[in-house]
Design a protein around this ligand. Structure first.
Ligand code: HEM
Length: 506
């Protein structure tokens, strides 16, 4: 009674008591996180041990993996504590445990939710639901499935090279834009049954509003995830259509959603006429075929993810091939010779299964995937309960967020030797090169590895061979600055190339 009365008469006491209690709570929490937390034995920056702020600052800042590599060196550890409950791991042998084929660590739901495509193959975190969806889609992406998509690649490639031939008279061409336009046009035709026709956006260059707008919106998921608890939650609740009204970058993503929606509707209408069967006028399968029976919103999200996952990643691999091959005269002449052998007649493009038999061409593609690492950053997973997970002899408790990156795997000198950061296709032709595949993770590994791997290989080897066969190319730009935004985002100019069409009959 007396206690209640004193609060009524003295509100300041209540305020001061609350502040004091909160301060004590914070101090106790900090002491707990630094000294008594299950991750207390792992090294890392002091700020990272007590708050998510440290990682949130570096993640969207440019190239987080490079900053993290410095910190690993500084603390001499392969398991860096980057947040109170998160480890960044660089021990190459831990990769096969985390990204495992039979019992992989589940994806971090909070992270994948920021992509705003719930229950898509990419974002689904429930292993059972993921397995069902993957089973539906896998046949399309198998080696046999991909050969059915090759006519799309050929058609778009011919459109690109016609435009290159026309534009090359005016000077060098920014190939990063050309290749991104190409891969968006291929994948949208495959995903939606309707090409986005990005390559046709401008008469005078390969620049396109779709691409520049995409550049601006690509860091949205990273900003949402690392922008603090409130932003993370709000980004999941507020529909993209609403955010698009106030944020121009979100508006672009929303535009792609609307495009996907109209394609999904057109497809459903057609499928209804055809009595639910996968009958459409396209000579190739489209992603919607495999998703029949699912609600329309799911087919839309799935196709959206295919566009995002399957365009810039492949374009960056192609850009890396051009950039590195054109910078090395010895490599360039070997690639030109190989292209001439593999593609004697430009009117008849061999299947990618045939092309990849050329060891040197295939070695160049693998080396571009290793050094270029289109998805360089950490892929966050949650340590499951059950079998204890250990790094550096220390137990990592269940529930911890752990992640590894292709960047650290691909540049590890302990794995690749002192020339790890050099473009050297010959490393793939040495005896024992097959053993290196366990550390080669551009598409990640295990059940959550990239479903589009065969399609990506097909696009890269076909386009690369065709370009080196058709043109004499000269690189006229320097190495670009690149940002890591889940994928690699280069500043322009990135890969400016002068083209001279070859006299093929010569
Ligand atoms: C060189 C090109 C490519 C690279 C390097 C690449 C890389 C990756 C990586 C690293 C992952 C795992 C992501 C994670 O765990 O968060 C992934 C997943 C995925 N990729 Fe790719 N990708 C490429 C091309 C493609 C293409 C062409 C498509 C589709 C058309 C595609 C569709 C997907 C999908 C749907 C997933 C999620 C798979 C699942 O969780 O089951 N990717 N990719």
């Amino acid at each position: 009674m007396i206690f209640a009365a004193s609060f009524q008469t003295d509100p300041w006491t209540l305020v001061i008591t609350t502040i004091a209690a909160y301060t004590v709570y914070c101090v106790v929490e900090v002491i707990h996180r630094v000294y008594f937390h299950p991750l207390a034995r792992f090294s890392g920056p002091w700020k990272a041990k007590i708050s998510e702020g440290w990682f949130s600052d570096i993640a969207p800042s440019g190239f987080a993996e490079r900053t993290l590599a410095v910190q690993h060196d500084r603390y001499k550890t392969t398991a860096l504590r980057v947040a109170p409950n998160q480890l960044h791991i660089t021990d190459p042998d831990a990769y096969k445990v985390i990204y495992n084929q039979t019992a992989p660590f589940p994806k971090d739901a909070d992270y994948y939710a920021t992509y705003n495509t719930p229950h898509s193959l990419f974002t689904e975190c429930d292993p059972v639901l993921h397995r069902e969806l993957r089973k539906r889609l896998s046949p399309m992406f198998s080696r046999v499935g991909v050969t059915k998509l090759e006519p799309i690649i050929h058609e778009k490639l011919r459109l690109m090279t016609e435009k290159i031939t026309r534009l090359s008279k005016n000077g060098p061409i920014e190939m990063n834009y050309a290749l991104r336009g190409l891969t968006v046009d291929i994948i949208s035709e495959f995903a939606f049954g309707e090409s986005r026709n990005v390559m046709q956006s401008s008469e005078t260059s390969f620049a396109a509003r779709f691409l520049s707008a995409f550049d601006e919106s690509i860091d949205l998921p990273i900003k949402n995830y690392y922008g603090g608890f409130l932003r993370r939650r709000l980004s999941r609740i507020i529909p993209l259509s609403v955010i698009a009204k106030i944020d121009p970058t979100a508006a672009v993503l929303h535009e792609i959603f609307v495009f996907a929606e109209s394609c999904a509707r057109a497809y459903s209408a057609q499928a209804a006429v055809a009595d639910g069967a996968t009958k459409h006028s396209k000579p190739h399968p489209i992603v919607f075929d495999a998703l029949q029976g699912l609600p329309e919103w799911r087919t839309r999200y799935e196709s959206m993810d295919m566009i995002v996952a399957g365009s810039d990643t492949t374009a960056w691999t192609l850009t890396t091939v051009l950039f590195h091959v054109l910078r090395r005269e010895g490599v360039k002449s070997r690639v030109e010779e190989a292209a001439k052998r593999a593609l004697p007649d430009l009117n008849h493009i061999p299947s990618y299964v045939e092309l990849e038999k050329d060891e040197y061409l295939f070695a160049c593609v693998k080396e571009a995937l290793r050094l270029g690492t289109p998805v360089p950053g950490v892929l966050p997973r949650i340590v499951p309960s059950g079998t204890p997970f250990q790094v550096e002899g220390k137990i990592v408790p269940p529930g911890t967020i752990v992640g590894m990156s292709a960047y650290t795997m691909h540049l590890s000198t302990s794995v690749w030797g002192p020339d790890a950061s050099v473009f050297n296709p010959d490393r793939w032709l040495q005896p024992g090169a097959k053993d290196m595949d366990q550390y080669f993770v551009p598409f990640s590994k295990g059940t959550r590895s990239c479903i589009g791997m065969n399609l990506a290989y097909a696009e890269v080897i076909i386009v690369m061979t065709y370009l080196f066969r058709m043109f004499d190319m000269k690189l006229v730009s320097k190495e670009p600055r690149v940002r890591e935004m889940f994928i690699q985002m280069p500043d322009l100019p990135c890969c400016l190339v002068e083209f001279t069409p070859r006299d093929i009959d010569a």
